[in-house]
Design a protein around this ligand. Structure first.
Ligand SMILES: [Zn+2]
Ligand SMILES: [Zn+2]
Length: 56
């Protein structure tokens, strides 16, 4: 099974190489923020609310 690699919307790097300031695109929280498929960072609550999946 292919692993999805998400790229940061701002710097176009993968999450582990991204040095952008990370905060949730919806609520601007910084708690447990992960990169999602649209290239934006979302916190756990917003990911669950919007059904976004973080990279494995
Ligand atoms: Zn970035
Ligand atoms: Zn959020």
């Amino acid at each position: 099974m292919q692993t999805l690699r998400f790229h940061c919307h701002q710097c176009e790097r993968e999450e582990e190489h991204c040095e952008c300031e990370r905060y949730c695109a919806l609520c601007f929280g910084a708690d447990n923020v992960r990169l999602c498929e649209d290239g934006m960072y979302y916190c756990l609550n917003c990911r669950e609310a919007c059904d976004y999946a973080a990279q494995e």
